[in-house]
Write a protein that binds this ligand. Structure first.
Ligand code: ARG
Length: 464
């Protein structure tokens, strides 16, 4: 079969060249967008008097018929189609005859593939925002359920200070909030229509690019035709946001793996989100969490691939750019699935409050609280730090806690010390006292939840 561009060729492409050259295997997922773009294009061409209204109507009807057939699985694309753009155009010509040959007036596949990808990505970006919003809603719900549940907070995987489970949840809430912010910014930047840029330099025909931009729901046409056909920044924006967000998911997934271990036993992940071992009958493994860690690596790969493809490519279109899609599609699929899996797993995970409480007597979680308490008694923080350091040493010698030190033990460390001076240093008191803005006190976590809930509501409304 001769290609639509075959006029100047005397030989057909070699079979392996057809295979190597074709993008139809993956770009057919954008068939809807391709048809939407074509319909807007011919609508504008007719309004500009470049096509007659009659011609436009025939083309639109033909395209809609093809859309229905593709959706019904009645069209099987092959490498002969090369890509979705020619796959649809050649079928249109077969379907409606000569008039179909007017569709490609004043456009090129260089701008066409870009309008398709932007339309596709805008839809998928919206879907990602919806999924992140769902994840955020689960986080808010769980944060409120566990706003008072105390848990050791770590630095360097060492007991540091007591925090609440709700507080940890709200830390992750902020990460996903930034992911949504990044997507909003990416959306704004990608919302320009390249259609009508043609091969690289625009066209001599009297098209109206503002009109096609408007018909397709873009903010405006892209400003410069050469940039429009060569730009993949919007894909990289999306991929960067995906990579960062999957990194966030992988960090929390890592905590799930730890929390689920026998050593921690902080959580009980629902059976439906775990798998067993083919040899060890007792096993219940956190495979979803591990896969989420792994998927982040995969999405980084998608980002790196496109950054590397784009590096050093000259103006304007180069076939290298066809390599933009598979990684992008992979990131879309992987990110979407990762968010949903994580949100569901989170929703079904319960914290073992008693088991967590058994860890409180390890690692002097309240040491900073004692030091801060001494500050309120007029002792300089640096001195208080050193006094508590000596208290820790004394406790280590006696294998006991701060509260087990006698007044004599304390006075030997510093004459100003006594159990009375230490005050209430229970985990509960320590957590409740951390009321500084952004701190872990339940009241403060509830404030963060309220702010987060209000923000989420506006985002959900904006992206409804
Ligand atoms: N399938 C191509 C791509 O995705 C469409 C553009 C082809 N343009 C060209 N001049 N060969 O990049």
């Amino acid at each position: 079969m001769a290609s639509l561009w075959g006029g100047r060729f005397e030989k057909e492409m070699d079979d392996i060249v057809k295979q190597f050259n074709a993008s139809i295997g993956f770009d057919q997922r954008m068939y809807d967008d391709d048809i939407d773009g074509s319909i807007a294009h011919v609508t504008m061409l007719a309004e500009q008097g470049i096509l007659t209204v009659e011609e436009k109507e025939q083309i639109v009807a033909g395209l809609e018929a093809i859309r229905t057939k593709i959706a019904a699985g009645e069209i099987v694309f092959t490498v002969e189609d090369e890509d979705i753009h020619m796959g649809i155009e050649s079928r249109l010509i077969a379907e409606i005859g000569e008039v179909g040959k007017k569709l490609h007036t004043a456009r090129s596949r260089n701008d066409q593939c870009q309008v398709d990808t932007r339309l596709y990505l805008k839809k998928e970006l919206r879907e990602v925002v919806h999924r992140l919003c769902y994840l955020e809603s689960v986080i808010l719900e769980k944060a409120s359920q566990y706003a008072e549940t105390i848990v050791p907070g770590f630095t360097h995987i060492q007991h540091a200070q007591p925090v609440t489970v709700g507080f940890i949840f709200m830390a992750y809430f902020q990460m996903f909030r930034r992911d949504i912010d990044r997507l909003e910014a990416a959306y704004e930047r990608m919302n320009y229509c390249p259609l009508g840029s043609c091969a690289l330099a625009g066209t001599t025909l009297p098209i109206d690019r503002h009109r096609t931009a408007e018909l397709l729901g873009f903010a405006a046409p892209s400003e410069n035709a050469m940039d429009s056909v060569s730009d993949r920044d919007y894909c990289l924006d999306f991929l960067s946001a995906a990579a960062i967000s999957c990194m966030h998911l992988s960090r929390w997934a890592e905590e799930f793996v730890w929390w689920n271990s026998q050593e921690f036993s902080y959580i009980d992940i629902d059976d439906s989100y775990c798998t067993g071992s083919s040899i060890m009958p007792q096993k219940k493994n956190p495979d979803m969490a591990e896969l989420l860690r792994g998927k982040a690596g995969r999405v980084y790969g998608d980002l790196m691939q496109l950054l590397t493809v784009m590096k050093g490519t000259p103006m304007a279109y180069n076939k290298d750019f066809q390599e933009d899609k598979e990684g992008l599609f992979d990131a879309v699929d992987t990110w979407k699935a990762s968010i949903t899996i994580f949100a569901n797993m989170l929703e079904k995970t319960e914290f073992r409050v008693e088991q967590i409480a058994r860890q409180f007597d390890k690692g002097f979680l309240n040491a900073t609280d004692v030091a801060e308490h001494l500050v309120t008694k007029g002792i300089a923080f640096r001195e208080a730090h050193s006094i508590v350091g000596r208290m820790v040493k004394a406790c280590e010698h006696k294998a006991c806690d701060f509260t087990d030190l006698s007044d004599e033990d304390l006075a030997a460390i510093d004459p100003r010390l006594s159990q009375d001076v230490l005050g209430d240093i229970s985990m509960q008191a320590c957590v409740e006292a951390r009321k500084s803005f952004g701190g872990t006190a339940p009241a403060e976590v509830r404030r963060q939840i309220a702010v987060g809930t209000a923000w989420l509501q506006t985002v959900e409304e904006e992206w409804a």
